[in-house]
Design a protein around this ligand. Structure first.
Ligand SMILES: [Zn+2]
Length: 676
């Protein structure tokens, strides 16, 4: 097949799904990598002295064809995959990694960047240009480009070792999860468990050629058993099995891995000139320093603790009256909380769903965007899609100017991974005076329609839709010059602000009246139901906050100090949890050995960002509430200083320009019912 007939190598605007075939991808990747290589060679071979334009800007504008092909391919691999696509992914991923390593190790390229960086204050750069220069320089420096050869090779050794350790950390958890089963043959042991969960347990048993029921340590199995099973001894057994994953001293134990990971991370940070791994990570976060993160967590802890203790006492009381439980244990928490919640609110999804027909909710979120930002959404059918369920919309501003293309892919199917996410098929940028508008997509797995009923969303699905659409707006309204600073390319602890803030409209009468109408009667959702949703949303918020804070503090303890003297993982963890613990400790369990977020995933020194983002979104929404939730001035400020700016400036600066001050935790504490 010739490259000239490959649709991915043509100059396309909308992704050409109708003409792409699987066999187009690999040759397109290979060709686009070569094109990008040539572009970088042209930068390094340039005989003129390095300038911002001929090096930094040229580098950022390079590789666009490769980016487009990658986004089409990897979006398909998430939303509409097949064995063929997965096979191609395995073939092209090493090519992409090798290429990106070649770029980061390109010393001639770094020398050019470095010489521009050295003159950064004399170059009369715009704020955005300065940010881009900083970002490019750091992407090399933070990978060791400035180190002498011997230290460089030690850094590579550390990176290789860490990659292996992370892999083995994850494999151990998986092995421990998979090797455990709670096999039950007496139906009485399942008393309290809802029929649907019981059916799933029976199916699990059948799949293992066993009689009765099998409960596993996978969340969809573990959670319903802990929530509903009346048998306390069995809950204890399952809870201890869950909590002791990779902490049993067997071949799958992760204690040694934890110690090795934190020590190697520390050594790496020191090689690069940072005090600790947390200092290294937080340099590229809104929070900036470990001290700031610790202060942040401890301030919230102080405020949340009284509420958490009150809630715990209430729960303990409830368990005592219900079943005469004297000391509440970890394996009682979900069970009694579920019962208490039912008693207090008696709210279930079935009551709410008729008010949340998918089409109404979509129109609702569009209407919110219209009122806030003047955006108009028109469904279009002349754009290629990768599956017939995908809808496309042309988004314009109040003057009719084209803003973005929006893809919406809402229902589960084979070939789509679980969860919900925002992504893009084309990024925004300004090049040669032309503002290229983005193609943004939301992908979800919402309850589909049935022959007798339309798609009716649970309230959780409604907030998910608003959340992903908030990320979507961050992409759609992007208005920056350089591609790598556009849209959601912001610091990690800033990226959830637009998404989480939009969820707030789901709880407001003024917004719900726009779309939450009964799909049969047209009746607007009754306010007492809305109030119930709000009350239920803050149920046990103190306890949950404490739990999140304890994980954040544990993360900071592992990564915010010299770990060379730590020998006992469990003792260290207990100390780090400090006064966040509500339940009695169980010596046979350990959180750290299964804390995949920070030891396997990318959340090391970043777990705090969940709470950080909540503080931001509550504080931002408070501003809307003060001025009216559809206030145009506030919305315009949010668009001008946050949504359109991407990562072009320090996020705290952007935030303060929108809000007039730094974010304060009071709004979150109030919303969560932790203070009056
Ligand atoms: Zn999100």
């Amino acid at each position: 097949m010739s490259l000239t007939s490959n649709p991915l190598l043509q100059d396309f605007n909308e992704a050409p799904f109708n003409t792409i075939k699987d066999e187009h991808f690999k040759p397109a990747f290979i060709e686009a990598i070569q094109i990008n290589r040539n572009e970088i060679d042209a930068i390094t071979n340039n005989t003129e002295a390095p300038t911002f334009q001929n090096t930094i800007a040229a580098l950022d504008y390079s590789g666009q064809q490769l980016d487009r092909i990658s986004s089409v391919f990897f979006n398909l691999n998430s939303a509409e995959t097949s064995e063929a696509i997965q096979k191609i992914a395995q073939e092209v991923s090493p090519l992409l990694t090798a290429f990106s390593n070649d770029v980061t190790l390109n010393e001639t390229l770094f020398e050019r960047i470095k010489s521009i960086y050295a003159q950064k204050d004399d170059l009369d750069l715009s704020v955005e240009e300065k940010t881009l220069l900083e970002k490019k320089y750091k992407s090399f420096a933070r990978n060791g480009a400035n180190l002498p050869e011997n230290k460089k090779s030690r850094l590579r050794e550390i990176d290789t070792a860490l990659a292996k350790l992370k892999l083995s950390f994850g494999e151990n958890i998986l092995a421990e999860t998979n090797s455990y089963e709670l096999h039950l043959t007496n139906e009485e042991d399942l008393a309290g468990v809802p029929a649907s969960a019981k059916e799933a347990f029976a199916a699990e048993a059948a799949s293992r050629d066993k009689e009765g029921w099998v409960v596993t340590l996978d969340y969809p199995s573990y959670i319903p058993f802990m929530k509903y099973a009346d048998n306390r001894e069995l809950r204890k057994k399952l809870s201890l099995a869950f909590g002791s994953k990779a902490f049993k001293g067997n071949e799958y134990d992760n204690q040694k891995n934890v110690i090795e990971i934190v020590n190697l991370r520390h050594e790496r940070a020191q090689l690069l000139g940072y005090d600790t791994h947390a200092h290294f990570v937080l340099e590229e976060r809104m929070a900036q320093t470990p001290a700031k993160v610790k202060d942040f967590l401890n301030e919230l802890l102080e405020k949340a603790k009284p509420a958490a203790e009150r809630e715990f006492a209430q729960l303990e009381n409830f368990a005592k009256t219900q079943d005469g439980i004297d000391a509440l244990q970890k394996w009682d928490g979900s069970y009694y909380s579920e019962k208490l919640k039912k008693e207090l609110f008696n709210l279930d999804d079935e009551q709410l769903k008729p008010y949340f027909k998918l089409e109404n909710v979509i129109n609702g979120v569009f209407e919110v965007a219209t009122r806030l930002f003047g955006l108009q959404f028109e469904q279009v059918t002349n754009v290629d899609v990768y599956h017939k369920d995908v809808k496309t919309y042309r988004v314009t501003d109040v003057d009719g100017n084209y803003i973005s293309l929006f893809y919406a892919d809402f229902h589960p199917r084979k070939g789509k991974r679980g969860g919900a996410w925002m992504t893009s098929f084309k990024g925004q940028k300004i090049e040669n005076g032309v503002n290229e508008r983005p193609h943004i997509s939301n992908v979800c797995n919402f309850t589909p329609s049935t022959p007798s009923k339309p798609s009716l969303l649970t309230f959780n699905e409604v907030t998910t839709l608003f959340h992903e659409f908030g990320h979507g707006l961050h992409g759609m309204l992007a208005n920056t010059t350089y591609p790598s600073l556009s849209g959601t390319s912001v610091y990690w602890d800033f990226v959830e602000l637009p998404s989480q803030v939009l969820e707030n409209w789901c709880y407001e009468k003024e917004a719900l009246e726009l779309f939450a109408t009964h799909y049969e009667t047209g009746e607007v959702i009754p306010m007492e139901l809305v109030q119930k949703i709000k009350d239920a949303a803050t149920f046990q918020e103190g306890m949950q906050t404490l739990r999140q804070l304890s994980f954040g503090l544990l993360d900071m303890s592992w990564h915010g100090q010299d770990p060379s003297n730590i020998t006992d993982v469990k003792a260290f963890e207990k100390e780090a949890f400090g006064n966040t613990a509500l339940y009695p400790d169980t010596p046979e369990t350990c959180m750290s050995t299964a804390f995949a977020h920070i030891f396997q995933g990318g959340y090391s020194s970043g777990y705090y960002s969940y709470k950080w983002a909540e503080v931001l979104d509550a504080d931002a929404f408070e501003y809307f509430k003060e001025q009216g939730i559809f206030n145009k001035d506030v919305a315009t400020k949010f668009k001008d200083h946050v949504l359109s700016k991407g990562g072009t400036e320090d996020p705290m600066t952007l935030y303060k320009r929108f809000r007039g001050q730094e974010p304060k935790p009071e709004a979150l504490l109030k919303r969560a019912g932790l203070i009056d």
